[in-house]
Design a protein around this ligand. Structure first.
Ligand SMILES: Nc1ncnc2c1ncn2[C@@H]1O[C@H](COP(=O)(O)OP(=O)(O)OP(=O)(O)O)[C@@H](O)[C@H]1O
Ligand SMILES: O=C([O-])CC(=O)C(=O)O
Ligand SMILES: [Ca+2]
Ligand SMILES: [Mn+2]
Length: 644
């Protein structure tokens, strides 16, 4: 028995080695492991050599130092002068932390009053690679496992969906004028002081940890309107989710990153203080547009970050005349572009991911004078009942690097059971967009030809597809009807009729008419055609009928893309006045008019009137608003609703 157990590969001992194998160049297991890792190969680690012609030539150590200093400033308390003492790297790897630690002291102001927090080091894991994040998650986060296809299964915690009632926006001199407040608005106010309290709570929590994850990334593929975001979080899950969902910088871009335009402090494991003014639960998601910051307390659902940033884009972009859209987007081989609007679960991701078309993005886009650009760098697909035959591209994207939220799997084989709802109905996969083979990189496209409004109609009375004129498109865009499918928003267990302005009232910041006006202008300017597609029920309401087969919906969408329906034969429906085609290739003609699929015709008529009534009630608030330049569209849009 060797005295030192680690001397497993004695070298240079002059003895004959077993099996004649060449001696290994290491004395200890540590030395051996150190041979495994080649330095500087991490995809997001910048090197000054590749930093581009305009960056002053600084050493790699200096570059790391600048990054750490910037992160330390981000994490600074608002009441103390200095940010926390940061070092780079995993605290478990003690060796690497020594040098930067000394460096820090050189930069520390000698007049700073030390506090206990400033005596302690916080390790920063800056833009780690997916492999490194896998290791962090598996080592330190309960419920993290590698599934049989290589994806990382994660458990989020108590919240498995967004918490819209816990969102707060700072109401200050500017936002009180600019934002949409009051009934129907998603913006629930808080004051600057309360924001500061919650920010301090989040920052103190993050600083108290041994390590934090920092992601420096981009939003918006249009370089002219790109936003730099920094996400500070405590979980590898959060870092990998955002790595996948935001645009990933190249090493050069990371070296040139500088200061972020917007920062998220995700202290989701830690609750907010319920005695704090404006708080109504232990969860709080707080947006401060003036400070360009967002604070998350009391929820680990990563979608809050994704959709929180979407809200920021809904504020920033319209100021530049750019329309931000809760929509998917794809492009045909001939360059024809389609947008897919719809609320959660209506099919944006499923239908924009189409094997015959290029994927631009599945959820968040901008429409500017340059055309369409994806805001994100990844997709976030629902995966309840996911089947390989029905959605092959999404199925195949669930591989190494993909985050799988709240799924259930076989303990031994680690094969996922996508039909299992034990944790939640809202199981999700987050993957980089290039995991879809026909994604178009960069994710930009020309002006759209077709605007497809998706509604998952739980009443089963809207036709599977109809053609809309501009006024009708605007009417349905402003109405934003669907039946919310279980799970994505907390507390919803069954499909439920809902109206959400601009197909995303939870995310818009300005009054809906602002977005509607932009849409009307852009549609008329670029000659786009609107369509309404019901991806919901047929043959009766929820409980009696069944959901329209995905295969039929795909055929309908194919027909829209092909242009063959532009000059097809149509008939007008009663009440909603929708133009429905009499025939669509690959779809049984009888289902095109929903009345045919209902056994009880009287029940159909009652249900149709009921839904029309709901539309009418919902639209009442918009009757007083002006839409379009000089309100010119208002009358037509009001007339485009149901008449009965
Ligand atoms: N006829 C249909 N058309 C579209 N999707 C259908 C249809 N029938 C069933 N589905 C299922 O509905 C779900 C649609 O979810 P999808 O992820 O596309 O929603 P989404 O609009 O992208 O929502 P979110 O904004 O929350 O991401 C998928 O699980 C899909 O398999
Ligand atoms: O935001 C989420 O959690 C999922 C999503 O895309 C939506 O609800 O539109
Ligand atoms: Ca989606
Ligand atoms: Mn969405």
């Amino acid at each position: 028995m060797a005295a030192n157990e680690e001397e497993v590969f004695p070298v240079g001992d002059g003895m004959c080695h077993e099996g004649g194998v060449a001696p290994v160049k290491a004395r200890t297991i540590h030395e051996l492991h150190s041979l495994q890792k080649k330095k500087k190969s991490a995809p997001t680690t910048p090197t000054s050599a590749s930093a581009g012609p305009f960056l002053p030539t600084i050493s790699e150590d200096e570059l790391h130092w600048l990054q750490l200093q910037s992160i330390s400033t981000s994490l600074a308390s608002l009441t103390r002068e200095l940010g926390p003492k940061l070092v780079k790297g995993d605290p478990a790897r003690k060796v690497e932390s020594a040098a930067p630690q000394q460096q820090y002291h050189q930069y520390m102001s000698p007049t700073a009053i030390p506090t206990d927090t400033s005596l302690k080091l916080t390790h920063v894991l800056h833009n780690l690679s997916p492999a490194e994040l896998y290791e962090q998650a598996i080592k330190y986060e309960k419920g993290s496992f590698v599934t049989s296809s290589g994806a990382l299964a994660t458990l989020l915690g108590a919240k498995t969906g967004r918490s819209p009632k816990d969102k707060r926006v700072v109401n200050d001199e500017a936002t009180t004028q600019e934002l949409w407040w009051g009934k129907g608005s998603p913006n629930i106010e808080m004051d600057e002081h309360t924001f500061t309290l919650n920010r301090e709570r989040a920052v103190d929590y993050l600083n108290s940890l041994d390590k934090v994850f920092v992601n420096d990334q981009f939003l918006n593929w249009d370089p002219e309107h790109r936003i730099k975001v920094r996400i500070i979080s405590a979980r590898a899950y959060h870092s990998l989710f955002m790595h996948n969902m935001c645009i990933r910088p190249t090493p050069e871009e990371l070296a040139n990153f500088g200061e972020p335009d917007f920062t998220i402090y995700n202290a989701g494991q830690f609750p907010c203080n319920r005695y704090t003014h404006y708080m109504t639960s232990s969860t709080s998601i707080d947006l401060n547009l003036a400070r360009r910051e967002m604070v998350i307390l009391g929820t680990q659902y990563a979608g809050e970050m994704k959709k929180g940033l979407f809200g920021v884009m809904h504020y920033l972009m319209p100021k530049k005349g750019i329309l931000s859209l809760h929509s998917g987007c794809n492009m045909g081989k001939d360059g024809d572009v389609a947008l897919f609007f719809g609320l959660s679960g209506t099919g944006k991701t499923t239908l924009s991911t189409d094997q015959n078309r290029y994927l631009i993005g599945d959820d968040e886009h901008c429409w500017s004078d340059n055309g369409i650009s994806n805001i994100e760098g990844g997709c976030y697909a629902k995966c309840i009942d996911l089947a390989k035959e029905k959605e092959p591209d999404i199925w195949n994207a669930i591989k190494f690097g993909t985050v799988l939220e709240n799924v259930v799997f076989d303990e031994h084989t680690r094969e996922v059971d996508f039909s299992d709802r034990s944790v939640t109905e809202n199981t999700r996969a987050a993957y980089p967009i290039e995991y879809i083979p026909n994604a178009k990189i960069p994710c930009v496209a020309t002006h759209p030809k077709n605007i497809i409004l998706l509604a998952c109609d739980a009443f089963g009375v809207l036709p599977p597809m109809s053609k809309l004129n501009l006024a009708q498109t605007m009417y349905h865009f402003i109405s934003g009807y669907t039946a919310l499918v279980a799970g994505t928003e907390d507390g919803i267990k069954e499909p439920q009729a809902t109206f959400s302005a601009c197909f995303g009232a939870a995310f818009i910041m300005l009054h809906p008419t602002r977005y509607a006006t932009l849409l009307a202008e852009k549609m008329s300017k670029h000659g786009a055609t609107g369509w309404l597609v019901n991806t919901g029920w047929s043959g009766g309401s929820y409980g009696v009928g069944s959901r329209i087969k995905l295969n039929y919906t795909r055929k309908i969408i194919d027909a829209i893309h092909s242009g063959s329906l532009l000059n097809a034969e149509y008939k007008k429906t009663e009440v909603f006045g929708l133009e429905i085609p009499t025939q669509v290739d690959g779809v049984p003609s009888e289902i095109l008019d929903p009345i045919n699929t209902w056994e009880d015709k009287e029940a159909y008529k009652q249900t149709l009137l009921k839904l029309a009534g709901l539309f009418k009630n919902n639209f009442e608030v918009f009757a007083d608003y002006k839409i379009g330049e000089d309100g010119s569209h208002t009358e037509q849009i009001l007339a485009a609703g149901p008449t009965f």
